[in-house]
Write a protein of this length. Structure first.
Length: 367
């Protein structure tokens, strides 16, 4: 696949700044995305956080030990949200004994790549969390928002969106990059509705208003947009724009390879998400009151308790009162009130409610 940079951009610079087309202020981004938060599509439960697939040359014990070390490193990065966790002394020591930490493993044949065999290694979630806590590293709950990606590629003078059906190699690499970091990825449908809302020529300029308007149908609050073109020497140049409720962040890449460019987009999103949602393992376990209204019966109660128990930062949730449809719990968590609120609100069934007479965090359970 050959990508050609437009004549006016041979100097490595795009002709239009991301906001030049419509001149929208950056604060408009956060305000617009906040409008869809109440109806945002549900955050997803990432189910393979504690599992890693590592290519191996054979089934020897030495290869399994190497796969265990690489796999544990992948898991720690996914669960903490940070590559920097691998530099902590406690983590570095644990990686050397990764084989002993493997809960179970299996081998699978793979269809592509240099290696025909991969080892799937799985680690105990409690042990992984304990390791991160002992290292003072952050922990990111498995409930995570998905990111919607609009990526435009220029090829032979034509601009088109990346999707699994178009430019499948780029789509696969981007999907794998987000999977390795534990963040769900979604591509737009690129149907007639999308075509009417945003075409590749418009998206090429990365205009915040049009990108957000086109993403509204997906109820997405995390939007990554990019543009990329390939120089004659084979290097690529491009830009990323990440739109969230916190505003807009931009990142450029000049004279790099395609995989590095894609990793830059993944890192831009994951670093920001982890900063918002990951909880420091050094945080004290304070007790917070959680008030939930709209609890209609035992099924609601069981669903709430089961969900709370699945959240990594919560160490204990104890019922202190049940008055009509209002459930009050004393929650011990490795998080402060604002951090815990940001995690709870990823659940679409938990809608923030007025404080009323209840202290602490207040929510309405939606059936």
């Amino acid at each position: 696949m050959q990508l050609h940079f437009p004549r006016c951009c041979y100097n490595g610079l795009f002709p239009d700044s991301p906001e030049a087309i419509l001149g929208a202020p950056l604060k408009w981004v956060a305000a617009s995305l906040l409008l869809v938060v109440c109806n945002a599509f549900p955050a997803e439960l990432v189910r393979d956080l504690y599992v890693a697939d590592v290519p191996v040359a054979n089934r020897d014990e030495a290869e399994l030990a190497r796969a265990a070390e690489e796999g544990l490193a992948q898991v720690l990065v996914k669960v903490s949200g940070s590559v920097d966790v691998l530099a902590r002394p406690e983590v570095a020591g644990a990686l050397q004994s990764a084989r002993a930490r493997v809960q179970q493993y299996s081998y699978n044949r793979i269809d592509s790549g240099e290696a025909a065999l991969s080892a799937r290694v799985e680690f105990d979630p409690a042990q992984v969390r304990d390791l991160l806590l002992s290292a003072g590293a952050p922990i990111w709950t498995a409930t995570r928002p998905a990111v919607l990606v609009w990526l435009v590629v220029e090829e032979a003078g034509q601009r088109s969106f990346v999707s699994p059906g178009a430019h499948p190699e780029l789509a696969a690499e981007l999907t794998e990059g987000f999977r390795r970091r534990g963040v769900p990825l979604r591509f737009p449908l690129l149907d007639l509705t999308d075509a009417a809302a945003l075409d590749p020529a418009e998206a090429w300029h990365l205009p915040s208003p049009l990108l957000i308007a086109a993403s509204t149908r997906y109820r997405a609050t995390e939007v990554l947009a990019g543009r990329v073109a390939k120089l004659a020497a084979g290097d690529v140049v491009g830009d990323w724009a990440y739109l969230s409720t916190q505003g807009r962040q931009d990142r450029s890449a000049t004279r790099t390879d395609a995989n590095s460019f894609l990793r830059g987009g993944v890192d831009l999103v994951v670093e920001d998400m982890a900063a918002r949602y990951a909880i420091s393992g050094a945080d004290a376990g304070d007790t917070l009151l959680l008030n939930v209204s709209g609890v209609a019966g035992y099924a609601d109660y069981a669903a709430i308790m089961s969900w709370l128990e699945s959240l990594e930062p919560i160490r204990q949730a104890r019922v202190t009162a049940l008055d009509k449809d209002r459930l009050t719990l004393a929650v011990v968590a490795a998080a402060d009130a604002s951090q815990l609120a940001s995690i709870i609100e990823l659940n679409p069934r938990m809608r923030p409610a007025a404080a009323g007479t209840g202290k602490g965090l207040n929510y309405l359970w939606r059936n």
